[in-house]
Write a protein that binds this ligand. Structure first.
Ligand code: GLN
Length: 452
């Protein structure tokens, strides 16, 4: 009997089986130890925003992180330096060059691209530390926080790269002579080699990518590893520079921020959805994993993950609008008569779901349609609203202030207290629509009391 498999694992397994048959590419050999990798090793792992972990194939096989470390160490240096200083020291331009290119800007010697070796070595040197040991330790701690478990070094890979890393040392000496590297080039490249030799599995890398996809929050440990801003900037760098001289075509075909490494690791982040990682050592001419690229290209197409895909809005935001509402409150005859006599009406708009720009624009449009021309009452029933983005919260607050300014009594009904905090408007907030309408009526009665 066929065993039950959840649909995510099933789709990863199917992809693993089919793409696993793909041949071609070369296992990297310029770092001698890497040449011993098994070209048939192939693992896929995915971590969702809820922290669920899925995998197929050899997702627990260990390999060295290599250049997949670059975006994470970039995030560390960015956190240490802040965005302006970071950009002053290392550019953010896809240089369209190979990973080991001598890619320095004329004049300043600033490395243009933080995801190729020159820029990455300069970035490693920017990580704040009193000495090289502390810098290496901070980098390992940092990568471990992204992975959600204690990582270690592959000492053999480190020794192998250190013994054969003259080209990277040459790049570092060049940067030092150009003024773009302050530290000792030999020691900085040593730290960089240790960074590249951190041992991971595809399952680890998926969690690391998911942490970026979740705005810097590790979905498995719940730890905030970086700020939302650092996560966004890091993903942007991955989107433009992550795939070396294949970066442009990658964004065109796959449309996801990604980063590859010479040991065969490859990560991609689908913001707000998941992090995915692949491990397969044979590389294409650009230095990207052949099976990794093929698998991610398919996944992106199958699940419509391309960043430029317009998101589909399936739910209607506005649930109902009421032209002139009355509350269920029992009024004494005088008050009831006063409210009947009062020409002012109370308009209500109900909304549901998550409010992002598109939803909020719909909601505010409905408000504009139903709001009384003369001063009256306006009630926003947001009791079925589940979340509001930062930009939309500002739009809502501005609308509430504007309605009050125009002389309306304005009340908002919410079930979730965080919505009130997010919008930050000081006006009237109630738990139910009926209370909000009743509050408007009370205001009317205070302004024009019932004749006694
Ligand atoms: N350690 C490797 C190097 O500097 C990293 C390169 C890579 O993964 N593309 O050569």
């Amino acid at each position: 009997m066929r065993q039950f498999m959840d649909p995510v694992t099933e789709s990863l397994s199917e992809l693993h089986e089919r793409i696993g048959a793909l041949r071609g590419g070369e296992v990297a050999s310029y770092i001698p130890k890497l040449a011993q990798a098994d070209p048939d090793d192939f693992g896929i792992a995915l971590t969702s925003m809820a922290g669920h972990r899925y995998q197929a194939g050899k997702a627990d096989a260990h390999f060295s992180i290599q250049s997949v470390s670059k975006p994470f160490v970039y995030a560390l240096a960015l956190t240490d330096l802040g965005p302006d200083e970071m950009l002053r020291r290392v550019g953010a331009e896809p240089s369209g060059e190979a990973f080991n290119a001598i890619s320095l800007e004329p004049g300043t010697g600033r490395p243009a691209n933080p995801m190729v070796n020159a820029g990455a070595i300069a970035t490693t040197a920017l990580v704040k530390a009193a000495d090289p040991e502390e810098r290496s330790a901070r980098i390992l701690d940092w990568l471990s926080a992204f992975a959600g478990r204690r990582l270690d070094h592959d000492e053999e890979v480190y020794a192998s790269e250190a013994a054969s890393g003259d080209r990277n040392r040459a790049l570092a000496y060049l940067m030092r002579s150009a003024g773009s590297l302050d530290d000792d080039p030999y020691s900085v490249t040593d730290t960089y080699f240790r960074q590249c030799a951190v041992r991971v599995t595809a399952a680890d890398l998926a969690v690391m990518a998911a942490t970026l996809a979740k705005g810097g929050l590790n979905p498995c440990t719940g730890e905030r590893v970086v700020t939302q801003d650092v996560a966004v900037r890091t993903l942007a760098i991955m989107a433009t520079c992550g795939m070396y001289d294949g970066a442009g075509q990658w964004l065109l075909n796959v449309g996801l921020p990604a980063k590859s490494g010479v040991a065969g690791g490859l990560i991609a982040a689908s913001p707000g959805r998941f992090g995915v990682a692949l491990y397969s050592p044979p590389l294409d001419a650009e230095g990207n994993s052949v099976r990794g690229v093929a698998a991610l290209t398919e996944m992106s197409e199958r699940f419509a993950l391309h960043l430029m895909h317009a998101p589909v809005h399936l739910t209607a935001t506005v649930t109902d609008t009421v032209h002139a509402a009355r509350s269920s409150r029992v009024r004494d005859p005088g008050q009831a008569a006063a409210l009947d006599r009062d020409g002012r009406r109370i308009a209500v708009v109900g909304a549901q779901g998550d409010l992002e720009f598109t939803e909020t624009e719909q909601l505010l449009n409905a408000v504009a349609h139903v709001v009384p021309a003369d001063p009256g009452g306006v009630v926003l029933d947001l009791t079925a609203v589940t979340a509001v983005g930062a930009g939309p919260a500002t739009m809502l607050a501005a609308t509430l202030a504007d309605l009050e300014h125009r002389g309306h009594q304005v009340a908002v009904a919410v079930q979730q207290p965080f919505l009130k905090d997010a919008v930050g408007h000081p006006g009237r907030w109630t738990d139910t629509r009926d209370d909000a309408v009743a509050w408007c009526e009370d205001r009317f009665l205070t302004e024009r009391p019932a004749a006694s």
